[in-house]
Design a protein around this ligand. Sequence first.
Ligand code: GLU
Length: 283
Amino acid sequence: MLTRFAPSPTGELHLGHAYSAVLAHETARAANGGFRIRIDDIDGSRSREEFVAASLADLDWLGIDRDGDPVRQSTHLGAYGAALDTLRARGLVYPCFCTRADIAASLAAPHGPSGAIYPGTCRSLSGAERERRLAGEPHCWRLDMARAVALAGDLTWEEAGQGLRIADPLAHGDVVLARKDAPASYHLASTLDDAAMGVTHVIRGADLVASTDVHRLLQALLGLPTPLYRHHALVCGPDGKRLAKRDAAASLASLRASGVDGRALAADLAAGRLPAGYSLQMP
Ligand code: GLU
């Protein structure tokens, strides 16, 4: 067994991150398995080195030991590019030149499980127009979802404690696999890295369960193994809302500064006990 905790270094870790890291760590160690840290830092404009160091210090404070050095997504850009090339060669991705405003203005942009569904404007561009615009316009790369699903067929994954779940990638529309400002999207980078790291059990918040529809499809298209998944309840604050990076009171740095014992907190979280005022809820 190998599990991982994959923070994005865009802010301080809070109780919700601690809960996720503790679950992944405990699950692995209880089975004599490995536990690794991955730094999800492909978003160059929002990732900060200081948050990488602070996150690792928070995990040390919780008593969470890790195997090997933390893996950084920013060092895997070549692998993301190669996977995109593979999909491109099979006609499964296309360049999209639309701006956010273009998409928002489209009447035919309903919401899916992971945000607005792309109306498909650039899917039908002619080859010549694509070539012309590729030379000079910023673009992202989108998965041609209908074509990809037709190729991959029906897909399921094993959700811990719940049995098989049916993946519904079509509901997401033509998701972005490589962004205008980053060489991969969360979907592509996370799926590739989980496979490359040999992660057998993906343990993460239930806010990401819908993403698994897309990850499962990418695994099928790219010939990657499918890990087991456990999407856990989210830590909510005294207001009943899930914690966000702006909730300073729940940040691990502020708990540490106020004298909380990190190891005792980790043991409580592992047993599902949260500090007063906080609760666990399924979204
Ligand atoms: N980096 C992602 C986040 O902080 C988590 C990715 C994952 O667990 O798949 O939300």
